[in-house]
Design a protein around this ligand. Sequence first.
Ligand SMILES: Cc1cc2nc3c(=O)[nH]c(=O)nc-3n(C[C@H](O)[C@H](O)[C@H](O)COP(=O)(O)O)c2cc1C
Ligand code: SF4
Length: 402
Amino acid sequence: MDRSSYKIFSPGAIAGLTLSNRLVRSGTWDPSIHNSRQMSEAVLDLYRQVALGGVGLIISGGFPVYRERFPEEEPGLPPRLYADMRIDGLERLPEAVHQARPDCKIIAQLEPGYMESGPSPVVTVFSKDPVRPMTAAEIETLVGCFVTAIMDMQSAGFDGVQLHAAHGGLLSRFLSPLYNQREDAYGGTVEKRVHILRQIATRARQQVGDFPILIKMNGTDDMEGGVDIHNFPALADAVVRAGVDAVEISGSTWDCLFRPEEELGFRPVPAPESHTRIQNPEQQSYYLSYAEQVRLPVPVILVGGNRDIERMEAILQAGRVDFMALCRPLIREPGLPARWKAGLGSKTPECTSCNSCIYALIVHPGQPEPGLVSCICKTDKKMHARAQRWIASWVKKERQAQ
Ligand SMILES: Cc1cc2nc3c(=O)[nH]c(=O)nc-3n(C[C@H](O)[C@H](O)[C@H](O)COP(=O)(O)O)c2cc1C
Ligand code: SF4
């Protein structure tokens, strides 16, 4: 059945940006370009395939704008700033997408990279020791790096940027009442927890005008005392007032993997925002209830387990969500939007949400292309089997190490 008349295949807008349809490729990490600091032809090809496959908008993998030294690096090294990590040939990425399909847009995702410090000295399972609280001067430098990166992405030809403030990363921690216990300008109330975003958006606007600035944020941290379904609506309101043009709703932090499955309501696996075992409708679109709690004056993008095109259409028709985002299904089948639109094959993706692609990036970044994301489950049965063993044992091993 041809689905061209569906709302999901109708144009939508984010700020001044017109999108040809309401399917978004959610941020998907590209470690190879960060290791070499150079855009590679293999990564460009991957993005061309996604563009040709029919999505309205591609959100890139996260580009780090500021990071502290890795544990294996010499102690005492100053943090790396955006300018130290800029990718040579960055502008080739939006150019490749726009040339492949002129009505496909691409937004650059920006995130702090590896950080041992954070908003407050909270002990997290992964830091093991209390996090070192950032000084006001360090936060000022971080804000400056975001602004520089936003300006650079506009000059490079991207259609906008997305601030990655989900999954327990540094911005996500500033937003969270669990991880942010500061009592200065950056914490204490919801308004103060979003102050860092307000500073980034306000300063960036002075330089880039109405260039779209989106955010990906948690509807839930899946941690007691963190962002949850009760405090998320007020937080989302404050985030929008801070100056963002669209909100992508995601969730979770790696710390939650230490909670039992019965409490979490899903299997604790790396990475927790990418649930496995998505079979029946209740397991799909697993952050929908968070989107249903908010009434925002900007578009809402829903990510996480969106699998059945008919169910996705029904969610859009219900009017609380404006765009549907997918990650893993488009790793396996970049041509999925075009296939769905033409009514070919199954109404669900071939992707089984097994998370082997995550293993391949994290544990074996040299396979099969250096740090290039691919569907291991389809292409490398041996690595897929190893990945599934790793996924099954990872949480147990981490718990034992505590
Ligand atoms: C291999 C892989 C890489 C990812 N990289 C990023 C990333 O760079 N930035 C981000 O915000 N989310 C990243 N995610 C999370 C996805 O964007 C998405 O939120 C999550 O997988 C749930 O959506 P899905 O069920 O459609 O896969 C990644 C997920 C996977 C599987
Ligand atoms: S390895 Fe393939 S099937 Fe498994 S989650 Fe990744 S894309 Fe989907």
